[in-house]
Design a protein around this ligand. Structure first.
Ligand code: NAD
Ligand code: LMR
Length: 336
């Protein structure tokens, strides 16, 4: 059976390398035995671009790694379980993707996960600072609006923070936006592009529908689609009815984004994706916008312009929430 390779990720298999630097291809997944971690690791293995896929979790990783390693696509897979094996799992990683932590149940906000996930993410950041300080860190664990600032502050405290290499994964918001817009407009989903800025929680998720090429929305469409994109996570949480939140769509989004980060690291030019990064676009210390991904991580933050009145009002109304959520993360690191 031919490996599904890049087709599964919707990317071209041809890569042009520039320069003579060796390919940067060790990827560690932290939380690899979870609902996201397992299918995301599978997709990464099938992508065929990773030389060493290192799977870390506090439980079950030997089994997950053995299972995935039998897929006939390029790359070695290793499994590492428990705190004592975390350093080995991370050692030499070029990219670390982190879906570790508890998911929501109906009635919860992402911020309700803070008490549990803040300390999980802080602990992971502390080990990353020691074992692979130069890696790109892709944070999936919620609440992203606070966990990314936590990760940044731990790296800062260890003197190894590089803002170009820390990214909150907001790709699922873009996936949802493309899917819902294509449905609404009767467009080919493969040809739809939607920029989503801001953060990753409720109304801090801000799709720029006025900038979708080829689309014509009514005012009601704009309101309904914006709301559905902002609360797409809740739609899945409710449908799963207590069994967790988005895992399969997130696995796709996470594997896709990691693939793009690797492309950038390995010299592919013109890789541009929305991601939540350290920037001064607004008063919030972290904000998502389209970014060029290059050899050193985020090489250019494109920001946003030309917003509709509706979109500008969203930004104006949500920056203070982003500031508070970032502050909550920073306070946690300061006090723990
Ligand atoms: P899950 O409970 O199925 O899996 C989480 C995994 O993390 C488990 O296997 C658990 O053992 C592991 N884990 C816990 N502590 C750990 C530690 N210290 N080190 C390593 N692994 C550890 O949950 P899930 O459905 O996979 O979701 C994981 C996280 O991703 C949640 O916080 C969820 O809210 C978030 N999420 C984010 C997005 C996004 O768009 N950014 C989308 C979906 C889910
Ligand atoms: C999502 O957007 O699906 C995730 O952030 C998980 C959640 O809690 O909604």
């Amino acid at each position: 059976v031919a490996p599904m390779a890049s087709k599964a990720l919707g990317v071209s298999s041809a890569r042009s390398f520039t320069g003579t630097a060796p390919a940067q291809n060790k990827v560690t997944v932290v939380g690899a035995a979870g609902g996201i971690g397992q299918p995301m690791s599978l997709l990464m293995k099938l992508g065929g671009k990773i030389d060493h896929l290192s799977l870390f979790d506090i439980v079950n990783t030997p089994g997950v790694a053995a299972d995935i390693s039998h897929c006939n696509s390029k790359g070695k897979v290793t499994g590492h379980k428990g705190a004592e094996e975390m350093a080995t799992a991370l050692d030499g990683a070029d990219v670390v993707v982190i879906p570790a932590g508890v998911p929501r149940k109906p009635g919860m906000t992402r911020d309700d996960l803070f008490n549990t996930n803040a300390s999980i993410v802080k602990g992971i950041a502390e080990q990353c600072a020691k074992s692979c300080p130069k890696a790109c860190f892709l944070i999936i664990s919620n609440p992203v609006n606070s966990t990314v600032p936590i990760f940044a502050d731990v790296l800062k405290a260890n003197g190894v923070y590089n803002p170009q290499k820390l990214m909150g994964v907001t790709t699922l918001d873009v996936c949802r936006a493309k899917t819902f817009v294509a449905e609404n407009q009767g467009m080919d989903v493969d040809k739809v592009d939607v920029t989503v800025i801001g953060g990753h929680a409720g109304t801090t998720i801000m799709p720029l529908l006025s900038q979708v090429e080829g689309a014509k929305f009514s005012e009601e469409d704009i309101k309904a689609l914006t709301h559905r994109i902002q609360f797409g996570g809740d739609e899945v949480v409710q449908a799963k009815d207590g069994a967790g939140s988005a895992t399969l769509s997130m696995a796709h989004a996470g594997a896709y984004f990691a693939d793009k980060v690797l492309d950038g690291l390995n010299g592919v030019e013109g890789v541009k994706e929305c991601t939540f990064v350290d920037c001064d676009l607004t008063d919030a210390p972290f904000f998502a916008s389209p970014c060029t991904l290059g050899k050193d991580g985020v090489s250019k933050i494109h920001g946003f312009s030309g917003l509709s009145t509706f979109e500008q009002a969203l930004v104006d109304d949500n920056v203070s929430a982003l500031v508070k959520m970032a502050q909550k993360g920073s306070d946690f690191v300061k006090n723990n």
